[in-house]
Ligand binder design. Structure first.
Ligand SMILES: CC(C)(COP(=O)(O)OP(=O)(O)OC[C@H]1O[C@@H](n2cnc3c(N)ncnc32)[C@H](O)[C@@H]1OP(=O)(O)O)[C@@H](O)C(=O)NCCC(=O)NCCS
Length: 200
């Protein structure tokens, strides 16, 4: 998997550069601005109400505790995309990470979403996560394609599991990727590695 030292710059299809960096508490006000600018249609099926100061407080607390890792994509200094890896630090699902990804409408189709997703998958593998999941509904075609490009497949469909902000029920699609194989391959490579025999 391609790696990018964060913060780093990726070149979008429109020729602009996007800076990708780990989100920090100081990004809070800009993150709230990013989510508040999102049209209601895009917020219909978000897990949380990301437009409230209350949400931001919980989000920053999770960044602090390590329950969430977030990468922001900035173009011209403004956040245009954000991806978060949510993980439980305790319990039976602590080997699983959930990815949530959003790109500003005006910035879509330029490669930012795929790049953000790629970076968070890399960070998750670096942290020893075995399995990654992403939740979406059937109308989120771009999301399905983005995650499929990174090796995810539809693992489950839960009928009527999502209630959008208008109360309409939708089917939840769970896309998953077992990255433990990548992890094992890396471990066996490291197991074979002898610094004294390393060649350049
Ligand atoms: C999913 C999302 C993040 C993709 O962001 P993006 O910056 O447009 O993505 P990219 O430009 O990197 O495109 C990635 C792939 O998505 C697919 N895609 C992008 N736009 C698409 C569209 N309008 N229709 C169908 N597929 C599309 C393509 O396969 C594309 O790869 P390709 O260009 O190499 O063919 C963005 O559409 C979004 O924020 N959607 C709403 C939120 C969401 O669905 N989140 C996922 C739930 S976790």
């Amino acid at each position: 998997m391609e790696t990018l030292e964060l913060p780093g710059i990726v070149h979008l299809r429109n020729g602009k550069g996007a800076t990708l960096a780990l989100a920090e508490a100081s990004d809070g006000p800009e993150l709230l601005k990013f989510y508040r600018a999102m049209p209601e249609e895009d917020r219909l099926v978000l897990t949380d109400d990301v437009t409230t100061a209350d949400w931001l407080g919980r989000f920053l607390a999770k960044l602090e505790s390590g329950e969430a890792i977030s990468v922001v994509g900035k173009v011209g200094g403004a956040i245009r995309g954000e991806v978060t890896l949510h993980r439980a630090l305790h319990g039976w699902s602590r080997h699983v990470g959930e990815i949530r990804l959003n790109v500003d409408r005006a910035a879509r189709g330029q490669g930012l979403g795929l790049e953000l997703a790629r970076q968070i998958v890399k960070l998750a593998i670096d942290r020893g996560i075995d399995k990654l999941v992403a939740h979406m509904v059937d109308s989120q075609i771009a999301a399905q394609r983005t995650f499929a490009k990174l090796g995810f497949h539809q693992e489950a469909e839960l009928p009527g599991h999502v209630k959008d902000i208008h109360g309409k029920k939708r089917d939840l699609l769970i896309y998953a990727n077992d990255v433990s194989q990548i992890w094992s391959a890396m471990e066996s490579l490291l197991g074979d590695f002898r610094p004294d025999r390393a060649t350049r």
